[in-house]
Design a protein around this ligand. Structure first.
Ligand SMILES: *[C@@H]1O[C@H](CO)[C@@H](O)[C@H](O)[C@H]1NC(C)=O
Ligand SMILES: *[C@@H]1O[C@H](CO)[C@@H](O)[C@H](O)[C@H]1NC(C)=O
Ligand SMILES: *[C@@H]1O[C@H](CO)[C@@H](O)[C@H](O)[C@H]1NC(C)=O
Ligand SMILES: *[C@@H]1O[C@H](CO)[C@@H](O)[C@H](O)[C@H]1NC(C)=O
Ligand SMILES: *[C@@H]1O[C@H](CO)[C@@H](O)[C@H](O)[C@H]1NC(C)=O
Ligand SMILES: *[C@@H]1O[C@H](CO)[C@@H](O)[C@H](O)[C@H]1NC(C)=O
Ligand SMILES: *[C@@H]1O[C@H](CO)[C@@H](O)[C@H](O)[C@H]1NC(C)=O
Ligand SMILES: *[C@@H]1O[C@H](CO)[C@@H](O)[C@H](O)[C@H]1NC(C)=O
Ligand SMILES: *[C@@H]1O[C@H](CO)[C@@H](O)[C@H](O)[C@H]1NC(C)=O
Ligand SMILES: *[C@@H]1O[C@H](CO)[C@@H](O)[C@H](O)[C@H]1NC(C)=O
Ligand SMILES: *[C@@H]1O[C@H](CO)[C@@H](O)[C@H](O)[C@H]1NC(C)=O
Length: 705
């Protein structure tokens, strides 16, 4: 029984049985370069609607000349002529006609006062507002006061079997019978490439699984943020890694533009890390952990730091800072294995790197999110106290407790009594805290949800376990749910929303199974719950639910956070004890090198490293074109901080590195061949926010000198 829900990993690793089945299969193509080409407007018929009849109030139609917003650095090149007039509306509220980026149109419905905004001549204007209680993108988000109500776009740019089963189902039998079946994106990519064109299949998935209409629907659902899991392979892959490189980036750029259009803010979450940070299938590869752990633990972390740098440099450009306001730097690093001090030292290094790019103080680049690693938020109280805008991310799930006969109704108060106080405490002791993931599920029913590795399953199908709790079809066949079940699920959802205060549901959409034609994990789909009635149409309805139903009061959000916790006075001066504890990088001690029996006791200093002598990788922004002109908006250079010229980590040519994804117990290669001079970052933020400095409004800084 789950009186007090415990913090359990979403999906437990099953790497004991996983034996590196596909060694040698993946010789990866050198970058299949997919040009980042963003078709903005298909030939819009001369009839293209400039219909204002349905648009609300003063927001209806405009030719957009007044749309320069707060970004006036937009160059228009059209043979020296002004860009041709765009005949559609550029902004509107509920009832207005929106032109999608493929040129088609639809009527926007947003019952909460949200407005969309997109001017093709000025595509970086942040004029949209998700709903009336959310600041427009060009207004400041008040951390700790404005309430984050968001959803994840899980299964889109990082695929997962249970979210998009139809992608994985073709690769489970025949040539792909276990152990050659697709269980993670690594094996999926190998299988797809074996039987077809993996780039084309993934492109089709990216293009169809989440579209512009989803962003419009998310805003219309009374939400104001999206958390978007992204893979490192949208930046690059190393030889041997089968993931499709680069392609996901072009879709993340679309996500930025769609979020901007409908007034949504983005939490960009780096979900996969070279070598895997947790061994689960959603880290890219099911198997051993090789991030800060094992022989390649330092090298994989060095590679990761560069990806954090490239992403920070991009999203901290003035065109993007108002949209991507939160950067979750490593999803679910498995702290129990890696070790908390090790993860903390990495986070301090990443923090230093990121704030050196963005500068310190509100509006200077994104919040930096770190995950609690499933050890509980209280273990992070005081971590990097005095730093500038770090946030705590927690993923409370009921689904991964031991399967239980407890009724759905008996779960309803548990978020209020269990999660609520933890969030309250973390807001006070750490700073801004939010649940980056949670769902409406109370058990592991659902195709590929189960098998979590607790040693039991709801249907008793875990190898070696005989306890049967029940038949999962009761939980998966949502069209047979009674009115009571729908109502109780809704109450559990409302309790969770109220208790978590700032949250991102996991996930917006669960795709159909191609085998059954149905959604097999209904409790994990926000959009389905909205349709079926177990997600409230107005998420504000949840406010006060815990007080009314369980007598538990939550934080008054308007009480806010301390100034230093939101980039105000004092932000950027990390207390000395924290710097002393975690300020050494690379690590000098690792769990794997000292604590595990199967590795020879070796010095962490002997582990192979990469060398910072490679070319920097910069990501490009979107290109806007119209058929009748070449219209180029300044999408930025991809690099916010021109002073950041440090070269990229690359392999040392002479070093015989072991497999970066399977190096927990391998021999350490010769030290003399594998060491490089490392970058040393001063672990002190250069300029803390001074006493009287006013909070700079976002977007005034066009380029960092
Ligand atoms: C992905 O991993 C989770 C547990 O981590 C497991 O429940 C699920 O079945 C896995 N999916 C596949 C296709 O193996
Ligand atoms: C697909 O497989 C071919 C060999 O059949 C290989 O050359 C190529 O690099 C693979 N592509 C990807 C993206 O893995
Ligand atoms: C928009 O501009 C076009 C061409 O300049 C003009 O014909 C049209 O009347 C304008 N529409 C509005 C609503 O101002
Ligand atoms: C935000 O953008 C809209 C549309 O351009 C503009 O009307 C509004 O004045 C802007 N607000 C701020 C605070 O800049
Ligand atoms: C796979 O599809 C991509 C994108 O359409 C194309 O560029 C590439 O050449 C194709 N690869 C093969 C091996 O056909
Ligand atoms: C949360 O904090 C508020 C004060 O802001 C307090 O009134 C309330 O009792 C706390 N709730 C819980 C569940 O700890
Ligand atoms: C579970 O119930 C469904 C539908 O009633 C039935 O088809 C299925 O055989 C049952 N499964 C088990 C393992 O009993
Ligand atoms: C998915 O399945 C549902 C039934 O569960 C069906 O209504 C819907 O049309 C399907 N969607 C797609 C895209 O096939
Ligand atoms: C506009 O931005 C570009 C590159 O981001 C920069 O080179 C240029 O100086 C800027 N122009 C103005 C007027 O700020
Ligand atoms: C910030 O980065 C620059 C350029 O890479 C470097 O010279 C400087 O030492 C860094 N500052 C800190 C505080 O790390
Ligand atoms: C462009 O923006 C800058 C910074 O906000 C401002 O100083 C300048 O006056 C603006 N230029 C125009 C032409 O609006």
């Amino acid at each position: 029984m789950s009186e007090k829900p415990i913090y359990k990993p979403r999906r437990k690793r099953g790497w004991l049985w996983f034996l590196g089945i596909l060694v040698g299969v993946g010789i990866v193509a050198l970058a299949v370069i997919i040009p980042v080409y963003f078709v903005l407007i298909k030939p819009h018929q001369s009839t293209a609607s400039s219909d204002t009849s349905g648009s609300s109030g003063n927001n209806g139609n405009s030719n957009g000349s007044g749309g320069s917003g707060n970004n006036n650095n937009t160059t228009t090149t059209n043979g020296g002529q002004p860009a041709p007039a765009f005949s559609g509306a550029i902004t509107g509220g509920s009832g207005s006609t929106v032109t999608r980026d493929d040129g088609s149109t639809f009527v926007y419905t947003n019952n909460f006062g949200g407005t969309w905004y997109f001017d093709p001549r000025n595509p970086f204007v942040d004029g949209a507002r998700a709903n009336e209680w959310t600041p427009a993108l060009n207004e400041s988000w008040q951390w700790g006061v404005d309430v984050v109500r968001g959803v994840n776009l899980g299964g889109w740019l990082v695929t997962e079997p249970f979210i998009c089963p139809s992608l994985y189902e073709p690769y489970q039998s025949g040539d792909f019978a276990p152990p050659y079946n697709a269980v993670d994106e690594w094996t999926l990519s190998v299988a797809m490439n074996k039987s077809g064109n993996v780039t084309q299949i993934m492109d089709e998935h990216y293009r169809t699984f989440i579209t512009e209409d989803d962003f419009a629907a998310i805003a219309a659902a009374g939400l104001n943020w999206v958390r978007i899991p992204v893979p490192y392979w949208m930046i690059e892959v190393y030889p041997g890694e089968p993931f499709v490189p680069h392609l996901a980036w072009s879709y993340f750029l679309k996500a930025i533009q769609w979020a901007r259009k409908y007034g949504l803010r983005i939490n960009m979450d780096l979900h996969t890390i070279p070598g895997s940070q947790n061994g689960w299938n959603h880290s890219g590869k099911l198997g051993p952990i090789n991030f800060l752990f094992g022989v390649m633990g330092i090298a994989n972390a060095q590679r990761t730091l560069d990806y954090l740098r490239t992403l920070t440099e991009f999203v901290s450009q003035p065109q993007y800072t108002n949209v991507v306001q939160y950067f979750g730097i490593v999803n679910e690093a498995f702290v129990q294995t890696i070790g908390q001090p090790q993860v903390e030292a990495f986070y301090l290094e990443a923090y230093t790197l990121i704030r050196n790019i963005t500068g310190v103080g509100a509006g200077q680049g994104p919040f930096i999110g770190i995950h609690d690693g499933f050890i509980g938020m209280q273990e992070w109280a005081g971590f990097l106290q005095g730093s500038d805008r770090i946030a705590m991310d927690t993923h409370p799930y009921n689904a991964f407790n031991d399967p239980t006969t407890a009724s759905l109704a008996s779960f309803i108060p548990s978020p209020c009594t269990g999660w609520g106080p933890e969030l309250n405490t973390s807001m006070a002791q750490f700073g801004f805290s939010a649940a980056g993931e949670w769902s409406a599920a109370i058990n592991d029913c659902g195709k590929w949800v189960n098998g979590v590795g607790l040693g039991t399953r709801y249907e008793g199908t875990y190898p070696g376990s005989t306890t049967v709790i029940g038949n999962c079809s009761v939980w998966t066949e949502y069209d047979t749910w009674s009115a009571d079940t729908v109502q109780q699920t809704k109450e559990l959802v409302m309790a969770s929303m109220d208790a978590l205060q700032h949250w991102f549901f996991w996930t917006w959409k669960i795709g159909n199974s191609s085998v059954t034609g149905n959604i097999e994990s209904p409790s994990w789909s926000y959009s389905l719950g909205l349709q079926q009635g177990w997600i409230p149409a107005d998420p504000r309805d949840a406010v006060g639910f815990c007080a009314a139903s369980a007598g538990v009061e939550m934080n008054d959000p308007t009480s806010g956070l301390s100034a230093w916790q939101t980039g105000g006075t004092g932000a950027g001066t990390i207390v000395a004890a924290q710097l002393a504890s975690f300020g050494v990088w690379p690590l000098t001690a690792m769990n794997s090198a000292t604590g595990l029996p199967y590795l020879p006791p070796a010095s962490v200093a002997d582990l192979p490293q990469y060398t910072p002598t490679g070319a920097i990788i910069t990501l490009s922004g979107p290109t806007f074109t119209t058929p009748s002109s070449t219209q180029t908006a300044d999408a930025g250079s991809g690099w916010a901080d021109t002073a950041d010229t440090q070269e990229y980590f690359v392999p040392i040519a002479a070093c015989p590195y072991p497999d970066a994804w399977d190096a927990q117990s391998t021999t350490i290669p010769p030290v003399s061949l594998c060491q490089a001079t490392q970058v040393v970052r001063a672990k002190r933020s250069p300029e803390p926010v001074p006493e009287a400095m006013p909070t700079p409004p976002p977007m005034v800084r066009l380029a960092k000198a």
